[in-house]
Design a protein around this ligand. Structure first.
Ligand code: ZN
Ligand code: ZN
Length: 361
């Protein structure tokens, strides 16, 4: 199966028409990949009614010609933004939208200088990100594979979880095994955080050794062909006391309730509210200090956000995480996270590692 690049370009063209834009300048690299198929680390694309150009520097000319589709590849002799400006200056374009949610002020200024009064630059950030929220079957296939691989690797690494293993060793095992099994990389630096460190929602793995009677949080994700998965599991080494059991059960239940709430037509903020209500029933909502989830795709954090009051409606084709957590300073934390695809009939959980089996005696 191939990425439906021409369909995506056609969709973007109709969005530009509706906004009365002649062209869109695409500068955010995941957006460039999404719309052209080019996977280099630098490049800018201009897409208009009747043309599409991909500007790359000489390092990437051959790669771009090989990977990109539906665009004319232009090698920039100067800075990319100057090449874009030069091209616009000699075109008929008047109204040019910019991917400005990821464009630096300096680049914006340089572009303005390059085009002069020839065309008007307009803010059009988020246009491509909006399209990217709905995954096509090609993308879903890749995310599904990334999720499966992530789950498999966690199941393997679970066997290495014992007192005396260091967080860093386990994080390294995760990365090594993900790559050995076919991931092209990790979606983010794997989190392995144990004991009191598990109360830090974004702790990086440290040299700390695991001990009996503490929580260990694992947050990991594979990338396959640019697409990420994101999964968190929490284990307990030893024999959990009543408090540890209570917290785990509360997060486990909140996540389950949250996943059920991820349905077409629901607002993102409503899922967040459901999760918070579930934790509030156990008086643990005040220890849930981040939002409930986020979109996953070409970026591990992308639209939509599932946070307080988020109005975005969830539609079929979205892929989001549900990841409640409870973090008690000095004691430890629990987070459970799954990557979930929204189908016409409801949620499909893509990350499959079991959650009931959380105690390692
Ligand atoms: Zn995560
Ligand atoms: Zn996440």
């Amino acid at each position: 199966m191939e990425a439906p690049i021409s369909t995506r370009q056609a969709r973007l063209r109709s969005l530009l028409k509706a906004r009365k834009l002649d062209h869109l300048l695409i500068t955010h690299i995941p957006n460039v990949y999404y719309l052209t198929g080019f996977r280099g680390s630098a490049g800018m694309a201009l897409l208009g009614e009747g043309d599409a150009v991909l500007f790359v520097d000489p390092r990437y000319t051959l790669q771009a010609k090989d990977q990109a589709r539906g665009v004319e590849v232009t090698e920039a002799k100067q800075r990319l933004i100057e090449a874009v400006g030069g091209w616009l200056k000699t075109s008929k374009a008047k109204e040019v939208g910019c991917d400005d949610s990821s464009l630096s002020y300096a680049t914006w200024r340089a572009l303005q200088q390059a085009v002069g009064r020839r065309c008007r630059l307009r803010s059009a950030g988020g246009l491509v990100e909006g399209m990217r929220m709905v995954k096509d079957p090609f993308e879903l296939g890749l995310i599904r594979r990334a999720a499966l691989l992530t789950s498999e690797v966690f199941e393997d690494v679970r066997r290495l979880v014992k007192p005396g293993a260091s967080e860093m060793d386990l994080a390294t095992e995760i990365e090594y095994r993900l790559k050995r099994k076919g991931a092209e990389g990790v979606a983010f630096e794997s989190i392995v955080a144990s004991g009191p460190r598990s109360a830090l929602p974004h702790a990086r793995a440290s040299s700390k050794l695991l001990k009996k009677n503490e929580f260990v949080i694992f947050d990991l994700g594979a990338i396959i062909s640019g697409y990420a998965a994101d999964m968190t599991r929490t284990l307990y080494l030893g024999t959990p006391d009543t408090r540890a059991r209570r917290i785990y059960q509360a997060v486990f239940d909140a996540e389950k309730t949250g996943i059920k709430a991820v349905r077409p037509g629901t607002r993102a903020g409503a899922v967040d509210a459901t999760v918070r209500r579930s934790l509030a029933r156990r008086r643990l909502d005040e220890y849930f200090t981040h939002s409930t989830g986020h979109g996953v795709g070409l970026e591990v954090h992308e639209k939509p956000r599932l946070g307080r009051g988020d109005k975005q409606r969830l539609d079929p084709g979205f892929v989001v995480t549900v990841e409640p957590g409870v973090y008690l300073e000095g004691f430890g934390g629990v987070r459970v996270e799954d990557t979930v695809a929204i189908g016409k009939d409801g949620p499909e959980v893509l990350t499959s590692s079991p959650k009931e089996d959380w105690i390692i005696p």
